[in-house]
Design a protein around this ligand. Structure first.
Ligand code: GLN
Length: 423
């Protein structure tokens, strides 16, 4: 049997081909000569497997998609508080290259890191103690995430540099209010170089696999970003990633995303999948027309809208039985996921356990996932049962509770007896 995913992706592209709407970006002259027919999609699973279809080997400049990763990089380097002093997190409701500053606080600052003023500021925060070009530091970071050596597209870079009037004026405005602390021309040049890094859709999904996996790169198992950094990046992608089309996007697609003017879009559904699409023609907001189409279909077909929510498994106690008397041994077989909703349900059920010195066994063999609050509440429940005189044992063959500060009091002999009874 072959998995149907590649076929599904190929079909998706086929169905979107007819949509010829949009315009090539022309404020970067080199982008105006891009091939408008190129079309590609890629998907990474939670464990880092990549599926792709169409022009999946075709390289294009990352452009504004880079902003999300550079933001992650500087938060990791400097800490979120320092970064927030320079760049806010409010959606701007304006075009990506608007020369605007949030004046609502004592000190004006860019509204968010996804518009150019915020991204230029973020770029300026990359520490380059030995005067290495900041864009080179970023190229290395992106390459590490992509799992191959990425390169700058020097003709795109030169082309944008030749007409960078708007970004330069943003740079000078930022220098004027001391948000930029050094020569704006040098920072703009390096920022534009960051935007010119060439990627394929496959590179993009490899890069976002770190965001899908809560900061761990599945290919290497290495933690690259903290949980806090990932949450922050995904938050601004959700509210600001599609510029002033962010509301429409959230309503129709519902996946944290970031677009670039070369025609790429990334979408990250934490704990589930990462998506990347490429098609060069853009709508009035600077987002790929066919890219939006594809993302919308993927979201609908695969039920990926963020606000669909992860449904509770509802039944947390699958079975409850007394397997032995004198001393009494009662087994609760648990199932599904253990998050707040399920933990609360379980503790409510356990309230009916009268004080006694019986033995309560929790069989976690069919628990697939325990989150932090689920774990804390469950362990607290165990402590309370023990305070009431019960002896408590766990059957946890997959160590789903392994992050807990256990071992708590375990009862090996009885555990074995119980294993026998259960088998
Ligand atoms: N390099 C482009 C710019 O700064 C990126 C813009 C974008 O992709 N939206 O104008």
């Amino acid at each position: 049997m072959n998995t149907p995913v590649p076929e599904y992706l190929a079909n998706l592209l086929y169905n979107c081909k007819a949509n010829g709407g949009g315009q090539l970006a022309d404020y970067i002259p080199e982008l105006a000569s891009a091939d408008p027919n190129k079309l590609a999609v890629a998907l990474t699973t939670l464990d880092g497997l990549v599926y792709s279809a169409g022009d999946d080997e075709y390289e294009f400049s990352i452009q504004s998609i880079s902003k999300a990763f550079t933001y992650a990089y500087v938060i990791e380097e400097l800490g979120l508080d320092t970064v927030l002093k320079k760049v806010g997190v409010e959606p701007s409701g304006e075009a990506f290259n608007e020369i605007s500053l949030d004046q609502s606080e004592d000190r004006p600052k860019p509204k968010n890191p996804m518009i150019n003023s915020g991204a230029i500021t973020t770029h300026s925060l990359i520490a380059n103690a030995d005067n290495t070009c900041r864009a080179e530091i970023i190229r290395k970071f992106f390459s590490e995430l992509a799992g191959r050596e990425l390169s700058f597209d020097m003709s795109i870079f030169q082309s944008e540099m030749n007409t960078a009037y708007r970004n330069l004026s943003i740079g000078y405005s930022l220098r004027n209010v001391s948000i930029l602390e050094s020569d704006p021309t040098e920072i703009i040049e390096s920022y534009i170089k960051q935007c010119s890094i060439n990627v394929t859709v496959k590179d993009l999904v490899n890069m976002i696999s770190v965001l899908v996996n809560d900061g761990i790169l599945p290919r290497t198992g290495e933690r690259i970003l903290s949980h806090k950094t990932v949450r922050q990046v995904l938050t601004v992608m959700t509210t600001c990633g599609m510029y002033d089309a962010a509301g429409d996007w959230l309503a129709n697609v519902g996946i944290p995303a970031k677009s670039g003017v070369a025609g790429g879009i990334i979408g990250v559904l934490p704990g589930q999948v990462g998506l990347a699409v490429f098609s060069p023609k853009l709508d009035g907001h600077g987002n790929s027309v066919r890219g939006i189409d594809i993302m919308q279909q993927l979201s609908n077909d695969m039920g990926l809208h963020l606000l669909e929510g992860v449904p509770s498994s509802r039944v947390i106690v699958h079975d409850q039985s007394v397997v032995r008397t004198k001393p009494e041994v009662k087994v609760y077989k648990l199932q599904g996921v253990l998050q707040f909703t399920e933990a609360e349900r379980l503790l409510r059920i356990l309230q009916d356990e009268d004080k006694s010195d019986n033995i309560i066994v929790f069989d976690l063999s069919h628990i697939s996932l325990v989150n932090d609050v689920g774990r804390r509440m469950f362990l607290d429940g165990i402590d309370r049962l023990r305070a009431d005189g019960h002896d408590v044992a766990l059957i946890d063959p997959d160590l789903v509770l392994r992050d807990a500060k256990t071992p708590r009091k375990f009862v090996p002999k009885i555990y074995q007896d119980i294993q026998e009874v259960l088998n």
